[in-house]
Design a binder for this molecule. Structure first.
Ligand SMILES: [Zn+2]
Length: 146
């Protein structure tokens, strides 16, 4: 009987370890990105850059990875949100470095460029199968014993 209780405790602690690390920081980063995108569209570009800078600082301090789709919208030079046609110039160029084409995004504020290679078989780490952790399952053993 005692062994069963101990086994059940182990089982529940195993489920606890599946929780997302840095969940509070991720929520804060999400909020800061939304605030940055809200202020980037005309109201206050400097406030937008401040929120994006804060999001990068939170990610660096908590050692969390930003989603690549989010990371690609932030300028590395001035932390402004890159919106094509508004403050970013997006071009496709021929490349010399192994890949045929490169998407070049240029920030119109600081003139910093981002080069993203265009490859047909490339998948981001968030798009790979099995990387995304599904929602935590309810422990089946605890409900069946009651
Ligand atoms: Zn910039």
């Amino acid at each position: 009987m005692a062994k069963d209780h101990k086994k059940q405790f182990k089982h529940s602690s195993k489920h606890r370890s599946k929780q997302v690390t840095g969940a509070d920081a991720l929520v804060r980063m999400n909020y800061l990105y939304q605030a940055s995108s809200l202020f980037s569209q005309g109201a206050s570009p400097s406030l937008s850059r401040f929120y994006a800078q804060s999001m990068k600082t939170v990610a660096a301090r908590m050692v969390l990875r930003m989603d690549p789709q989010v990371k690609r919208t932030i300028c590395k030079g001035c932390c402004s949100l890159l919106i094509p046609g508004m403050n970013a110039l997006v071009e496709t160029k021929d490349s010399n470095a192994g890949v045929p084409h490169v998407i070049t995004t240029t920030c119109t504020l600081c003139s910093r460029t981002k080069n993203l290679p265009v490859t047909s078989n490339h998948a981001l780490f968030t798009e790979r199968v099995g990387v995304v952790v599904s929602k935590e399952e309810a422990p089946e053993d605890a409900s069946s014993k009651d």
